[in-house]
Design a protein around this ligand. Structure first.
Ligand code: HEC
Length: 692
């Protein structure tokens, strides 16, 4: 297999640069959300103070104006055009009538929550080229609010604090080594005066960690790694030394992975922080840790002390992960009665397809059950360890493993209604053909999955047709209370309300309210752009609102979803609903015309087109989609004009479209490589002519 030739690049190794740009705390008279208020957030029904609404992250609102009786009168109150359809996965915050939300490229916005008037925008000016080091688009999932300041992570690894009043920068801290392939897409959390932030990048070969910064000054307070580094450098803690016992070979060369790109939950009762830890780098254990082993703390829930980051306990959901089964999915805290005893639990439905209930004081496994059809494991032992299907690691010949790497459940937030006792979340059922690329060599400039995407040989097992549903899961009985089949494998995050409702969006733009007790559809709104972000609800002057972002981000760019494949995608919008409202939206975008046969000429042999397809898989697929069929968010290259083809090389190597979000690849590709990719793209255009 032809692969990109290495070109030496001087990586800046700047570590933590804390830039104190302005005064510290109390810079604005904006609402004072302090520790006491965050702890009492559940009774603060008007506001949505933190990512998961409260420290328990149950995403359940006590508001009842919008209820199963009244929801039929829910209508659009206002909307805001986000100026992009990319990267929109954010959960807004609402504090005293102001709504704060993040969009693509980590841009922060504030609105009057009742009228939709935009109050300010803070653009952290993320260098567009950094999008090359992001597996799943230029996403940002949310912010934290504390003492008059709003905090967000940026795609290029900064933690930013701005005033709630005007969006003015207070401080900014580089949380990742400059020039390395880390990225931040998750929301920061507040824990006793500190701001917690993780990062992503495991596919590019980084080492995961979580940092805590002083909320007022931006100074680093503690940092905890999730996987061990090179033993020759000494271990940072006993926990790292213990973890290293479960690895083999020279795992640190490719970083190890284990990034904490989403769930980080603070528990003020126990002074613990629970970290959802991601997959290994590379995906396949036989390459990452050739002697086997569990590879702690990959795919684990890791509990550390909030005050100093010291290890307390861990629970590993997928020992020796081999399939990108991250445990970064949303973590939720609750009190459940189990076997007649009230337990303080943490719940998670990670990618691997099992729903876990864990004692959050000790990390003890209480129960777990598969919530999706899966084939990689047949069940869990009494200790919660998966009973693996031996075929699932027999990767040499190619094996279909379910769920695939986007998981049986991904980042889409789940909600819990304490009245019904049910957890609501979207489930995806699908498989993926895993084949180890035994020619894999670590290269920190490209994806390091180490899978052979171009494999065409014999395979074990069958590919599954992807499908999805919304589930209401009873965590006590570990069983499904109800489900609603969805037309697409992916569907959105959920919101639960005391009005006996569950709100959820879909990639075809349908936004629905279901009855929480039985899943009956009570209300529906059709938007032209898909909705996968989680809705929130809040109230201003006695009126209850429901808000949600439309637009895509994350793995959706890769999926040729029905109705989206190669087609147009309308604008991303913040949509806000209230009873009796009926604001109108502009006319939807017309569908795209059929693809035309390309007029640009480029001579290439069959073998060259094949080489071009492999280069495309390695470098372009992540944004422009499988087989050059775009998910509709970045351009479908089969539709590129002859004028664009004439400057193809300037676009790919010269950065001609870099300001518009198309990174340059001159460090991994040369002119000849680009010609081969172009030949492949033109072939795909010819094959697709007349269709979509
Ligand atoms: C990180 C995401 C990302 C990756 C990876 C990526 N692109 Fe792009 N590309 C974009 C975006 C965003 C645009 C749209 C820029 C604009 O608005 O004109 C774009 C535009 C283009 C265009 C112009 C299309 C047109 O019709 O206007 C070409 C050609 C292109 N990319 C080729 C490539 C090739 C070849 C690769 C692989 C070597 C690649 N891209 C990898 C994000 C990406």
């Amino acid at each position: 297999m032809r692969r990109p030739r290495p070109v030496p690049v001087s990586w800046l190794v700047g570590l933590i640069t804390v830039v104190l740009l302005a005064g510290c705390a109390d810079t604005s008279p904006a609402p004072d959300v302090d520790d006491a208020r965050l702890i009492a957030a559940d009774s603060d029904d008007e506001n949505w103070l933190t990512y998961g609404r409260t420290y328990k992250e149950q995403r359940h609102s006590p508001l009842t104006e919008v209820s199963e009786e009244t929801v039929g009168r829910l209508g659009l109150a206002w909307y805001y055009d986000m100026g992009t359809k990319r990267g929109l996965e954010g959960t807004p915050l609402v504090v005293e009538g102001v709504l704060y939300v993040t969009g693509a490229w980590s841009v922060m916005h504030a609105f009057d929550a009742a009228t939709g008037e935009r109050l300010w925008t803070h653009d952290p000016q993320v260098p567009r080229g950094h999008s090359r080091f992001v597996c799943c688009d230029v996403v940002n999932r949310g912010q934290a609010f504390y003492r008059g300041q709003v905090y967000a992570g940026t795609l290029d690894g900064r933690l930013v604090s701005v005033t709630a009043e005007g969006g003015d920068l207070v401080w900014e801290s580089q949380t990742t080594p400059v020039g390395e392939a880390y990225s931040i897409t998750g929301a920061p959390r507040i824990a006793g005066g500190k701001v917690l932030i993780g990062s992503g990048g495991a596919e590019y070969g980084v080492r995961g960690y979580v940092s805590a910064y002083d909320a007022a000054t931006g100074e680093l307070s503690w940092r905890v790694y999730t996987v061990p580094g090179n033993p020759a450098d000494g271990f940072e803690s006993d926990a790292m030394a213990a973890a290293a016992e479960t690895w083999s070979g020279e795992w640190w060369e490719a970083g190890g992975g284990g990034t904490a790109w989403d769930a980080i939950v603070y528990d003020p009762e126990l002074d613990l922080v629970y970290i959802g830890v991601g997959n290994g780098s590379p995906w396949y254990r036989q390459l990452r840790s050739p002697g086997g082993g569990d590879n702690l703390y990959l795919s684990s829930i890791l509990a550390v002390r909030a005050s100093d980051g010291e290890y307390v306990w861990h629970f590993q959901t997928t020992p020796g992960d081999n399939w990108d089964y991250t445990a970064t999915q949303p973590l939720m805290l609750a009190e459940l009665e189990i076997d007649g005893r009230e337990r303080r639990v943490i719940m998670q439905a990670p990618k691997n397809g099992f729903f876990y209930v864990i004692d959050r004081e000790t990390g003890e496994f209480l129960s777990g059950e598969a919530f999706a059809d899966i084939n990689w494991a047949t069940g869990l032992t009494p200790e919660g360890r998966p009973i693996e299907n031996p075929d699932a690691r027999a990767l040499e010949g190619g094996v279909h493993v379910a769920p695939g790497p986007t998981g049986a459940h991904n980042w889409h937030p789940m909600s819990f209604n304490p009245e019904t006792g049910l957890v609501y979340f979207p489930v995806q059922e699908h498989s993926w053909l895993h084949v180890v690329d035994d020619e894999w060599e670590y290269d920190r400039r490209v994806l390091n999955i180490a899978g052979d995407f171009a494999y065409t040989g014999p395979t074990t097992g069958e590919a599954w047709t992807p499908r999805g549903h919304l589930v209401a899961w009873d965590p006590v009985t570990q069983s499904e209370a109800w489900r609603v089949e969805q037309p697409h494998p992916l569907s959105g995050g959920t919101l639960s309300t005391a009005g006996n409702l569950v709100f959820q969006g879909r990639p075809d733009g349908v936004f629905r309210a279901y009855r929480a007790t039985d899943g009956e559809v009570l209300w529906e709104f059709q938007h032209e752009t898909g909705i996968l972000a989680a809705p929130i609800t809040y109230s201003v002057d006695g009126t209850q609102y429901v808000a949600v972002l439309s637009g895509y981000g994350g793995p959706e760019v890769l999926f040729n979803l029905p109705g989206l494949a190669g087609g147009s995608v309308g604008p991303g919008r913040l949509l806000v609903f209230a009873l009796g409202e009926n604001a109108s939206l502009p006319e939807p975008m017309p569908p795209l015309p059929p693809i035309e046969a390309p007029t640009f000429e480029l001579a290439a042999t069959e073998a060259e087109v094949e080489q071009g397809s492999l280069l495309y898989l390695n470098t372009c697929l992540g944004c422009h989609g499988f087989a050059a069929v775009s998910g509709g968010i970045v351009p479908d290259l089969r539709r590129s004009t002859a004028e664009t083809h004439a400057i193809f090389e300037q676009i790919v190597l010269g950065g001609a479209r870099e300001p518009l979000g198309m990174p340059r690849f001159d460090d991994v590709l040369d002119s000849e490589d680009v010609r081969l990719i172009q030949a492949y793209v033109l072939r795909r255009a010819l094959e697709s002519a007349g269709g979509n």
